[in-house]
Write a protein that binds this ligand. Structure first.
Ligand code: HEC
Length: 110
């Protein structure tokens, strides 16, 4: 009993902290953008779906400035060959600026 209680409280604390992080304005705006541009149809932050998990993308590229440019272009134009047989289709509704905002947000999901 006494051994379990602190764990439970820690979980609550972690959940509360996570909620605060999620609702910080910049993170919120980018998560919203990802939803409105339908990235979420193929990507999940933690799980591989049709596309790779955003956390996996962040682990692979880190905060590499060059990667931000390459990935932003790939988001708009589409492309494949990195994560598996399935290519990412072009996203014509995403401007280069939006793509860069999204990529920076994705790479911050570590
Ligand atoms: C129809 C499904 C689909 C949609 C919609 C989609 N993606 Fe992807 N995405 C993929 C697939 C599949 C890959 C893996 C491509 C590869 O292996 O090179 C991928 C890869 C990526 C990568 C990693 C690219 C690399 O070279 O490592 C990023 C970043 C990314 N997507 C961002 C986005 C963003 C931002 C959006 C929304 C604007 C989006 N994706 C919408 C399917 C999708």
């Amino acid at each position: 009993m006494m051994g379990i209680l602190p764990m439970v409280e820690f979980r609550h604390l972690a959940t509360a902290l996570f909620a605060v992080l999620l609702t910080s304005p910049a993170a919120f705006a980018s998560a919203d953008l990802a939803r409105s541009k339908n990235c979420v149809a193929c990507h999940h932050i933690e799980r591989k779906m049709i596309g790779p998990a955003y956390k996996a993308v962040a682990e692979r590229y880190g905060k590499d400035e060059a990667a931000i440019k390459v990935l932003s272009e790939k988001v708009v134009k589409g492309g494949g060959g990195v994560w598996g047989p399935m290519p990412m289709p072009p996203q014509p509704g995403v401007s280069p600026e939006e793509a860069e905002t999204l990529v920076k947000w994705i790479l911050s999901q570590q």
